[in-house]
Design a protein around this ligand. Structure first.
Ligand SMILES: [Zn+2]
Length: 113
């Protein structure tokens, strides 16, 4: 059900933006899902499939962009791909890093008329 409430949030964002732009149709929506966002893209796709019924997004093309998580090591400033929160820095094997990408879950763009 986690993904379903996220789907409803996405529809809300889309409807609000369509209203602001005075748009009748949304052709395409791009949704960015970080690999560490805690959301399964497939589950979100399925949830949206159901949730868009009778909304402005019903006939909208939905594009999902997966964002590979990345970290920046605090010790050696190396940037590397994260496959989880316990990925060590490949250069110095340290575990002190900032997550610089991959926790996002957001509507990246809407194409409206
Ligand atoms: Zn390092």
């Amino acid at each position: 059900m986690h993904e379903f409430s996220i789907a409803l949030g996405i529809i809300e964002i889309a409807e609000e933006n369509a209203r602001k732009a005075d748009a009748k149709v949304i052709h395409e929506i791009e949704i960015e899902v970080g690999t560490l966002s805690g959301v399964m893209t497939d589950a979100l796709k399925n949830a949206l499939e159901v949730a868009v019924e009778n909304t402005i997004l019903k006939n909208t093309k939905r594009t999902f962009l997966e964002l590979q998580a990345k970290g920046r090591c605090e010790s050696c400033s190396c940037e590397f791909e994260l496959n989880g929160y316990m990925t060590p820095c490949p250069t110095c094997q340290g575990f002190n890093f900032d997550i610089i990408q991959g926790q996002e879950l957001r509507v990246k763009s809407l194409s409206v008329d």
